[in-house]
Design a protein. Structure first.
Length: 419
């Protein structure tokens, strides 16, 4: 059966909203993207992209040219609204989730809602946020029956459907990953399911909104806790003079053991953030989850302290910091422990610090006035006596032992020290 053309609106054209818009447009939806940034809107309307993601530029160019994707600053009527705005947390030590962008988006959507519409929240959110969004609609639109608030058949369907894509593989994973589809009521879930079936090939598993909200947080907290275990092992190994990579490699020969890899801490805008939403919702119960966050943050301080000890021990040596990104082979520096460590060293050791980051054209603002310089790998191998490997980019992994054998090396990712 031929699918009818659907008008979809995506609020928030960032790392999730833009690829999702492009994939929906490719599947034949007429997509109207909305963003608060005029720069983002103009860029997309030219068929260009403001973020780096594999193959996204070509796809956006094609769907804009064919008239299936356009962007603007204002919300317009649509059949389905997908909200994909940021949910940061406060930096006052309390880690309070900030859902104000979601509530602002809901205010805007309220004005164009009509009977039969479906609103889907995709932003990572504390449990209960989808209902708070529904309450904004209920307050602004008493003319429309909202799900879960009365016995009558609701006029609007509301669901929580998180993405679970990996940066660098977003276009592929948006299609092929399984998805949780959490309706405020079962009817809402069925509506949202019909929408995702247009472009998702993975299995769409139907649940309620609160379970779907928690599931997304659990996925990232699970990974954080497991990375914290690896990072704790690495700090124990440093005290005991052990090679943690060797120990993990051997332990992982056990058929039911899979220890993750230690690093300089956990970065990015998901794993380093989302577990706090669980802690905030149940502070007395979420003990391991809180501890994992603290352990992963403390690993960054541990690496910094050891790097400083090396710099002090070799007081004339130039220090080459390899990598600023939050993980391998991407240009995303958000919440990056590598950037935090390198910038801290630059503030302390000034022009002794060299940064090698093939994914950066300039040094980020954090380095302003420090005297640190951005250089290429070959210059670093000539000039730097200390090499601090912070990110496991493929180009760093490929540096052979002959070219780094005479250096003082601190490899926080275990790419050179593995036997
Ligand atoms: N890391 C380690 N050791 C490891 C694995 C990762 O130190 O063994 C570090 C990385 O270097 C990086 C951080 O953890 O600093 C996070 O990287 P990641 O690749 O684990 O995850 P993200 O943040 O790129 O994406 C995660 C994914 N979640 C899970 O794998 C459970 C992704 O599927 C989610 O969609 C994404 O968060 C998100 O948006 O929530």
């Amino acid at each position: 059966m031929k699918k009818t053309t659907l008008n979809a609106s995506v609020i928030g054209l960032g790392y999730i909203g833009l690829p999702t818009s492009a994939v929906m447009a490719r599947a034949g939806c007429k997509v109207h993207g909305v963003d608060v940034s005029a720069h983002v809107v103009d860029t997309i309307n030219r068929g260009e992209v403001h973020i780096e993601e594999v193959d996204l530029d070509g796809l956006v160019q094609a769907v804009v040219k064919d008239g299936f994707l356009k962007a603007s600053l204002d919300v317009e009527p649509a059949d389905v609204f997908v909200i994909a705005v940021p949910t940061p947390f406060s930096h006052d030590g309390k880690h309070t989730p900030d859902i104000s962008y979601i509530l602002e988006a809901a205010e805007k959507v309220s004005s164009v809602l009509k009977k039969g519409d479906c609103v889907i929240l995709e932003s990572t959110s504390p449990v209960g946020t989808t209902e708070k969004m529904r309450d904004v609609f209920a307050k602004n639109r008493p003319d429309l029956a909202m799900p879960g608030l009365s016995e009558s058949t609701p006029d609007i369907s509301i669901a929580y459907c998180p993405e679970r894509v990996l940066p660098g593989k977003i276009l592929e994973e948006l299609i092929h990953n399984d998805r949780s589809i959490g309706g405020i009521t079962p009817r809402c879930a069925r509506k949202a399911l019909a929408f995702y079936k247009r472009f998702v090939k993975g299995e769409c598993v139907v649940t309620d909104a609160r379970s779907a909200e928690m599931t997304k947080l659990v996925e990232n907290a699970f990974r954080d806790v497991n990375i914290a275990f690896a990072n704790e092992l690495s700090m124990i190994a440093d005290v005991q003079g052990l090679d943690v990579w060797e120990v993990i490699r051997l332990a992982n020969r056990h058929p039911r053991v899979n220890v993750l890899q230690p690093g300089p801490g956990v970065g990015g805008h998901c794993i380093a953030v989302d577990p706090w939403f669980i802690v905030h919702g149940a502070p007395d119960e979420a003990k391991i989850i809180r501890q994992a966050r603290e352990t992963n943050d403390s690993k960054t301080h541990h690496v910094l302290a050891r790097a400083k000890a090396l710099a002090d021990e070799h007081s004339d040596a130039k220090i080459g910091c390899l990598g600023l990104a939050f993980k391998a082979n991407i240009d995303d520096f958000r919440e990056s422990p590598a950037l935090e460590i390198a910038a801290n060293l630059a503030r302390e050791y000034g022009s002794r610090v060299r940064v090698i980051e093939p994914y950066a054209d300039d040094l980020p603002d954090e380095f302003a006035g420090t005297g640190a310089e951005l250089i290429d790998i070959d210059t670093a191998l000539e000039e730097c006596e200390i090499l601090l490997l912070l990110v496991d980019h493929d180009v760093f992994k490929a540096i052979p032992l002959e070219e780094r054998g005479d250096k003082v090396v601190y490899d926080t990712r275990g790419v050179w020290s593995q036997r």
